[in-house]
Ligand binder design. Structure first.
Ligand code: FAD
Length: 463
């Protein structure tokens, strides 16, 4: 089939206004949130997509996939594109399925505390809807204004607002409807649904999601604390968790992060570390948990209440704001047990000082006393060599983090070389089997998870 025919077929499926092969769209859809210098594009041989389609129904997606398979054209799912690890980059070109039109709330069942939605609904929109129904979601990412429900599940949904109290998204999935890479449609229930959690769109496309929801919290109380070092901050957190406090959300920032925020005009405390903690529940549960906190912390660590509320209100903006100082930001996302965080942080700092690279840090608390650590480095994508240097350095950091017991969160285009250290052999075997069986031509989001495209000279050091 000629390109012209394929274009016409896509239009017949989705309508003229929902299909594009325009140069500008093809450029925009060849990146994610992070801009990439041409040097990296060349090294990874990243192509532009040929077509961008914006389906709005399950039937349309199934037809698009069948068409792609028939003509051996790669297809990549893209939702909010709020990831920065290349997971939505269509490395082999082909078709981009932009799911941002799939925002319908299909069904709400308040008696059973369940909601069924299309995958492209942003978390912020879902939260507003639930609030009107006196319900709430257990966990959502701090990128909620743009990140979608399907995107969060597909990237792992392990850390976010609500995670320490309600657990990761995998625990809240009741059912997924997925279109497998051969175009067939399946309903998948737990525990099998966990295969699609973190699959980054390589096992098919999630087209409907049923989630558990919770009664709306009566109250959320944020607190802010300052610490002189990482040891006291992590000791405080470990102690209150051991006492049974279940924070709703915890963010930790180091001095470098705070200095950057200050240079961008924000008010920041003088402490080396800032910890923002929010409790959620009823008046009584919050009172009981805050008493345990006051028993653990001294007054000198407590920062003023208004500052705590301001920081809480900025929770959706903190990480991206500092990117302005870059203008590019290379960020690693590493999950690690709280008990190992001091070691890891110091190790990061030591190697960055030896290499004379400025390294900042922010972290958010996940479930089971783990922390999602986000060491970040500023760079400028207009300077390809500097970008490459920082990207290579970030891989060194990651190898070190894995040595210290950390795991990479979000594989994308850059992390596949670390797979043997991230997933069990058994899980990788299942992944490969599904791909061989359902996607023998590797058309469904190629270059991600088990398909490592890292150029030889960029292969990371073994952890
Ligand atoms: C400021 C900021 C804060 C963030 N905070 C958090 C946080 O708290 N917790 C966290 O985990 N992450 C966070 N992230 C990372 C990112 O925003 C999340 O992982 C987000 O959930 C991704 O959703 P998305 O809709 O943007 O997905 P995309 O970036 O569009 O896609 C991500 C991956 O999922 C696949 N995909 C998307 N939709 C589907 C689908 N329906 N079916 C199959 N595959 C699909 C894509 O192919 C891709 O591989 C943050 C990012 C930023 C910029």
């Amino acid at each position: 089939m000629s390109n012209q025919n394929l274009f016409a077929e896509l239009i017949a499926i989705c309508g003229k206004e929902n299909v594009s092969n325009q140069e500008l769209d093809r450029i925009v859809y060849s990146s994610d949130l992070a801009s990439l210098p041409p040097l990296i594009r060349q090294m990874y041989k990243i192509q532009q997509p040929q077509y961008i389609v914006r389906p709005s129904t399950t039937g349309q997606i199934s037809k698009i996939i069948k068409l792609a398979v028939q003509h051996k054209i790669p297809f990549t799912t893209r939702a909010g594109a709020s990831t920065g690890n290349g997971a939505v980059i269509p490395i082999d070109g082909g078709i981009i399925l932009d799911l941002t039109q799939m925002q319908k709330i299909i069904k709400i069942d308040p008696d059973f505390y369940q909601i069924t939605v299309q995958p492209g609904i942003p978390w912020e929109k879902l939260n507003h809807f639930l609030k009107k129904n006196k319900l709430m979601i257990g966990i959502h990412p701090s990128s909620s204004p743009s990140a979608t429900v399907g995107g969060f599940i597909s990237t792992g949904g392990y850390a976010g607002i609500g995670a320490p109290k309600y657990g990761p998204i995998a625990q809240q999935i009741q059912k997924l409807k997925v279109i497998l890479p051969d175009g067939s449609i399946s309903d998948i229930y737990p525990p099998l649904s966990s295969l699609f959690v973190g699959a980054e769109g390589t096992l098919g496309i999630i087209v409907e999601i049923t989630l558990q929801v919770f009664p709306l919290s009566q109250k959320i109380s944020p607190f802010a604390f300052g610490f002189a070092d990482i040891e006291s901050a992590s000791y405080f957190l470990q102690t209150i968790l051991a006492q049974g406090v279940k924070p709703y959300h915890v963010m930790l920032f180091d001095r470098h992060f705070l200095d950057l925020s200050k240079s961008l005009g924000l008010e920041v405390p003088k402490n080396e570390f800032l910890l923002i903690l929010a409790l959620e529940g009823t008046e009584e549960t919050i009172q009981a948990e805050s008493e345990k906190i006051w028993e653990t912390i001294s007054d000198k660590n407590k920062l003023n209440e208004k500052f705590a509320y301001d920081e809480w209100n900025k929770r959706f903006k903190a990480e991206l704001f500092i990117k302005r100082a870059g203008p590019s930001l290379i960020l690693l996302e590493v999950g690690i047990s709280l008990s190992k965080i001091n070691h890891l942080y110091k190790n990061f700092k030591e190697i960055s000082e030896t290499q004379q690279i400025d390294l900042g840090f922010c972290g958010i608390l996940g479930h089971n006393a783990t922390m999602l650590c986000m060491p970040f480095m500023l760079t400028d994508e207009r300077n390809g060599m500097d970008y490459l240097k920082i990207l290579t350095f970030s891989r060194r950091l990651l190898s070190n983090a894995i040595k210290h017991g950390g795991t990479l969160y979000g594989v994308g285009l850059w992390g596949s070389s670390y797979l043997p250290y991230l997933h069990s052999q058994e899980k990788l075997r299942i992944f490969r089997e599904i791909k061989t069986l359902r996607d023998p031509e590797n058309l469904c989001n190629p270059g991600k998870i088990i398909d490592d495209r890292t150029p030889e000279r960029m292969k990371p050091p073994k952890p």
